[in-house]
Design a protein around this ligand. Sequence first.
Ligand SMILES: Cc1ncc(COP(=O)(O)O)c(C=O)c1O
Length: 392
Amino acid sequence: MRNLPEKLQKKLIERRRINALRSLPEVNGGTDFASNDYLGIGHSRTVFDNAIRILSEKEISINGASGSRLLTGNSSLYNEVEELIRKFHKVDSALVFNSGYDANIGLFSSVPQRDDIILYDEYIHASIRDGIAMSKARNFKYRHNDLDDLLSRIKRVRQTGDIGTTEQIYIATESVFSMDGDAPDLKAMASICQEFNLNLIVDEAHAIGLFGKNGLGNVQEQDLEENIFARTITFGKALGCHGAAILGGSDLKKYLINYARSFIYTTGMSPHNLATIMAAYQFMTGSDGNRERKILHKNIEYFNHEKERLGISSFFIPSISAIHSCIIGDNNQVIQVAENIQKSTFDVRPILSPTVQKGKERLRFCLHSYNSKEDITNVLQLLQIAIKKHEK
Ligand SMILES: Cc1ncc(COP(=O)(O)O)c(C=O)c1O
């Protein structure tokens, strides 16, 4: 087999030198403070059985979509899933993509045009960054969750950006940030967008399942459905399966079907995946979901209480979501702190630069409804000891 070219070898060596070389981890198996399976749907036997039941009731016994959705890969199950999602989220249309990554690159690479402008939060997810990089629109970032900075950027591009009546401005944010677990003031953002006639796009990947009636997200919790141009929702986090959808107007759906290359040039989902999405929605929006959500919010409260009691809350970014980041600030140190905690069979992962900004390297705790209070106290006590060791 031919070797990797030398210049690429050098890049790997450099990654190793700065202690940032990514590799696939061992299967950990410890107490889960790392996965995005916030409500336990990912390993729910009920959801698994219901997905099989949906398939057998519909007498579906095929394994794959057999083509892209525009050719042979579409099915009545796809239509049913999109209709169910559309109704749950009170929106004109839902278009399912194979993943959140595909949804975001499809949306951002195809919708904003050459003369348009995208303003995005500096901590926006890589899938949106990549979509923006593929777009011909001009783009500028604004400081994380800083609406004064956003406003001043809007005013600046309005004054200097050749914005006429046909050019559009898109604002991109997440309703819960994937690395920091914090949230923007969505209501204020929506009213800024209304005042200046801008298109607000909200990625709800880490809000679905946790916030809003029946876990349907922050946009619905705050009654903002009418103010949002597009929402990305993903099924791989609290819904415990795989895939994503873009929610928006019916013309947006038509447009994406025609122009979003990550939708057009890929094989559709398997019926089993679609049935799992249906079963996961039934769980999340029903009494099971409400029960798990309540426990999860109690765990979040308890986690915040315990980090305060143990005197380590100043290391954390304040959060009421399932994501809690403890900033350590150095790749070597964060790896060591994580290893110390992992020795006691807690699965907590270090997040290194360049995934996060240099100096903001962190341990990211993801909380679940199935974490016990005892586990929360124990893992935070271990963290307290590890932090003290590194302060010496
Ligand atoms: C905010 C956000 N958007 C999109 C994605 C991508 O979703 P998926 O894992 O379904 O590709 C992620 C996943 O990490 C995310 O955190």
